[in-house]
Design a protein. Sequence first.
Lengths: 563, 447
Amino acid sequence: MHKKLFFAIVSVFILIKPGLAQTDYNNVPDVTGKIFINDVYLKQYNPDTFLIHDILIDNGIIKNIAPAMEAPFDARIIEGDSIYAYSAFIDAFSHTGIPQPERRQQRPDVQFRGFPPNDIAGITPEKMAFKDIKANDKSIAALRKSGFAVSHVVPRGNMLPGQGCIISLKGDSVEDMILDESSSCLFQLSGARGVYPSTVIAVMAKWRELNRQAELYSANNKSYALDPVSKERPVMNSVLDALVPVVENRRRVFSHAQSNKDVYRSLVLQSELGYDVVLSNVRRVEPAIEALSQDKMHIILSAELPDAVKEDKKKEKGNEESAKEESDPRREALLERKKESIKEFESQAALLESKDVRFAFSMMDVKATDLKANLERMIAAGLSEQAAMNALTINAAEILGLEKICGSLEKGKMANLFLSTGPYLDKESSIKYSIVEGHVEEYEIRKKKRASSNSDNSIEGTWSFSIDVMGDLNTGKIVITKEADQYEVNIINDATPDDPRPCSDISFEYGTLSLSLIVPYEDGDLPVQLSLDIDQDSFNGTATIGQLGSFPIEGSKISSPEN
Amino acid sequence: MKTLHIYFFVFFVFGLISAQSETGDVLIKNGTLITITDGVKENTDLLIKNGKIDKIGKNISTGDVNTVDATGMYVMPGIIDAHSHIAIDAVNEGTNPNTAEVWVGDALDPYDINIYRALAGGVTISHAMHGSANAIGGQCETIKHRWGIMNPEEMRMEGAVRTIKFALGENPMRVHGEGGRIMPATRMGVEQVFRNAFSEAQEYMKAWEDYNNGKSDMAPEYNIRMEAVSDILKGDLMIHCHSYRADEILMLMNVLRDFGVEKICFQHVNEGFKVAPELAEFGAYASVFSDWWAYKFEVYYSTAYNSAILTKNGVITSINSDSRELIRHLYHEAAKSQRYGGLTDNEALRLITLNPAIQLGIDDRVGSLEKGKDGDVVIFDKHPLSVYAIPQMTFVDGVVRFDINSDPADMRIEVDPNETMPAFMEAVDHEHDDSCLQGLNELLFDK
């Protein structure tokens, strides 16, 4: 009896479940496919002048751009008053949407490391990057939020990881997003771990061998197709199959060439094998610039820059020992060379512009949120604003062969654009809407720290913190109170809850809370300086702990003052 | 207008990655010239024009050529190191006992500070070699120390003979036998790797010959490794073989006789003194250490008289560094052949100039001070075989690449913006390096 009841219940569930899925509430279509952006600033053919125009989007396409149009009755209207429209950016080279693989086991399990299977050797040119993309990967939304609408996504891996694809950064499934499922063949100079080809010399040799093998494979197949009588049947080879379009120059090779040496090695292969190579994620073009401009190469420059050298804060502390180090002329000279080196990285884009080399940007190694700051540094190093914007839009479109469908604000192109609260490159502006193929996403504009930080009671309360000091995770609470315009801060480590540590030298300016305290450490005490950037209910910052160094610290607000 | 034409012509000829390197003019006045091939000439001038030695004689006067006063100094041809691993990003592709297809010329590193340090020791050319992990290692590259250039293509010594590294004994046995559980686990196995490779290459060449002659319709599978081994059999690729023990040296010469390979340079050759007449009879070359041994079992039976014994037996012998530290004082290493073996000044200096040039197939271009040869020259303040000698200036193709008096302290070409410690502070100590096994830590020890 009981058994029967159980089965009845189970079968009801089995029946109901598919029924529930019939309406997908997570995937409600837009009410209208029409969007009308009213009176927005934009640049069209003249790069120097902003016009005030309306933009009409219909089903993902820019229907019209003109002044004083009439909004269709069924359009969603976005008031463009004092906001700026830009053609959305194109990321010319990255792993967007492909999650980081879990760490591989230490050593691949192969019988003979001289002849590993192709997937372990890193030779899988037949693999398609789009199969690794997860439509809900957060890197996609992050790029979109920074103004991007299209990515050229290449697979992860070693020597020949597979074929890149072009995706639109919006969609419910990967199929939805694909603009071109096979747009490129990725080549990298990195060897496989512990198996052939493990070094750059073997990678170069293997490339030459595969090239010749693919040519012969194609010739043999053609000969057999023409007349198979008395001929040995050519055996199918999926690696060579994928390389035939490459050697016949029907699929372009994107060579991952970060360093100057990688650039030259890629050029060797280009001239030896006759490929049309796009140098990708390049960080240094300068030594090879004459050759690159001579041959009208296409370059995908990395949008990443090395961190600026931090000016030593010790100077201000007046610590005698460090003051002595500072005045060491050899040390100064080394620091100077580092700074020069960073300047060289910053000036690569300007150099490409001055030599008239067409370039786009790769977002492979850079956080989307750092893009604008890096562009500012490149512009300070001589890149024109227009060239920076072109690299992110029309040049990228042309390098990827997408100029008919995107890369500029034009009638008939995909409705890929973003709306910014001011000219994009202004420090104070931020992106308010991103529109990818007509799908609108609106972002909350955070008030600038400068404005919010002066509101007095914003940081009072109890905050949590966590900091990893050389593998030792410390957590606890920061209690901030304020009396008569003076902050009081106590820090309580969870390990020693009965020993709250009072802080001194407390200041809170422009959203940054600075303070110092003494903490117990082994047999003595250590001075600690904290500098916390507070952003509403959370903070990030650094803790400088005695001579141990600086460590990142983060936390969030637990509660406001109890009164 | 004329220069413009020449400019375009150059680009057409050399194409995109033109490997055209800079040449210079210089007049070195009044030095003691150690010519190697034509005795020692005191108070003599040497004129280099467009990178080539143009004139040797007294009181040469030219227009406005850059002049260096070498009064009281010694001028000798740039030192040549026939065995080194500097300036390359990869030394060993240790994944297979035969990797004849790989080529360190694909991994040249113009930024390696050891190039500059070698120049400071008067070394203008080195033979950048593949390591000794594999019985048949990779192809090597002879490079000129044109410090300051950033295009790896410009480092190559154009016209040098193509060379390939072989290795006998413990290294390939350890890496593949012990480390990979495959042949060669013994010295017998090492021999068999060579015999197998040569036999397979003969079959490979035959298959292609048949296809090219129309005897078969379908192209055989292209194998770049067999292509390289075939080049050895055809005499287009010269073997430089890492070797220590006399029995193995004889073994390899027998293998080569069986397959008709005529040219070989043995490297290290610590027991070469035992088989010097046999080496001379074969026409084999030897490139040795002055007095470095006992760093593994097969390298105990050694003598500092090795270079002298080989020389006296008519074997063309050189002294090499195989080390980024030794490369800085090869003139000291050559001097040791006088202390042990009593070679003459000229015989001793030939060990680091003309003889290595012969072994690398570049003796028509470098290795001695002769009209028409490359302007690769080093100026010493004392006689180069004196223990007090210090190189003052080093020229490559007539261009000053080292100048002890005017080079700045930090000669690095590129600085890593994220470096925490300058790269040049890394320890340099050849006793603790086995540079022939570079890059193998992962294969050998990371299990």
